[in-house]
Design a protein around this ligand. Sequence first.
Ligand code: PLP
Length: 481
Amino acid sequence: MFYISTRGDASESSKKTFCEILLGGLAPDGGLYLPESYPQVTRAELDQWRGLSYADLAFAVLSKFIDDIPPADLKALVDKTYTAEVYCNGRDPTQAEKITPVRWLKPGLGLLELSNGPTLAFKDMAMQLLGNLFEYVLAKQGEQINILGATSGDTGSAAEYAMRGKRGIRVFMLSPDARMSAFQRAQMYSLQDANIFNIAVRGVFDDAQDIVKAIFNDRDFKARYRLGAVNSINWARVATQVVYYFKGYFAGTQSNDEQVAFAVPSGNFGNICAGHIARMMGLPIGKLVLATNENDVLDDFFRTGVYRPRGTADTWATSSPSMDISKASNFERFVFDLVGRDPAVIRELWSKVDAGGSFDLSATPYFAGLQKFGFVSGKSTHADRLTTIRAIHENHGVMIDPHTADGLKLAWEHCTEQMPMLVLETAQPAKFEETIVEALGCQPERPESTAGIEKLSQRVEVMDADIDAVKRFITREIEGR
Ligand SMILES: *Cc1c(COP(=O)(O)O)cnc(C)c1O
């Protein structure tokens, strides 16, 4: 299995293996990595996979993407990751060994629970495996990595919980001081592991993000301190997410003749990109329902063929904050398939995007062919979230978080009798207390593991939004002086 860049030529020399791209981000030409061609699943394989445990299924699916880790080693990494202990935050402990159980709201409509990991958001599904893969590959290469990132919440905590205590890895995570919820701060800052460094920057998320970008642009510093990232374009994260579409499909069907629809709350197009790939592999997915919040550039594209990313100033801060994205970093992967995998077309389209512009495919045969990829889209607003959270609580006694509510709103609109619909539950309500209180007038349920988390002592370095101060901190910690 070789990987190519969405913007590159497919010459032999530019092809990469899984482990070669594991620790990196963008391809050198600025594109994203994808398999040279999607591995296919046969009907016989689907029949065989139907009864597998989550870990065994993950091994089966990922073996199709990873052929440069010995199978026994990959199996051990997967087995160590997908355990009932790691994914124990299920509200029903008897379901924990399923890792991603389905909660049926009514026949044909269910929630695929992806938020039972340590940080209560779906990013744990991939990030926990990434931590184990990184540690394994770094040990083999005798290398180290220092992960640098900026977070406004979910990504940073998922990365820290995945990398804590791992050999050869340090995490330097910048967050906006006093801007995250008390729960989110406690989740990150209470970690006492020696390889985790929380840096709270006096400013907003963009200030933190700008510092990270500036440091990555300093090539000498980046090379000298072996800086790396774990952002949502990382191929291993996308590949790992493919697994739960299979798991959900089996949970929603009796036989492999049937189809399932998935509704996915989307931001960077990472989660739903994995659904697209599962479908391209031959999983019978009837529909992929893409849900956005008020930041609706993706909904615009799927309805009109125009992709017009917005700047930070035009990105709304909403009550489903992990979807407040106006430039969907994984979208290029889908468009590559849409334009028949022609890198020249991608280079042309993204030369416009990278210059702050937009592109319009409405009059092209590509847009006419969009239908065969199974996507439908729609948007959900703050008022919709409140209505959805209330309705589902009143009618089913279930509490959902605001992101899942965006997905459920669109699921209702696109649900049919003929095809079961699974909404990807991307976070637990405990993470978004304010909106739950606004919708329901009561506090969200909380997993026991997080009781009193705000009272734990916190380990965080507060500093000005100053690039050099952050560099000095990193230097000091790595060089131990
Ligand atoms: C990250 C995140 C999303 C968006 O996922 P993408 O892969 O960026 O589309 C949705 N909901 C929650 C809770 C998240 O943390």
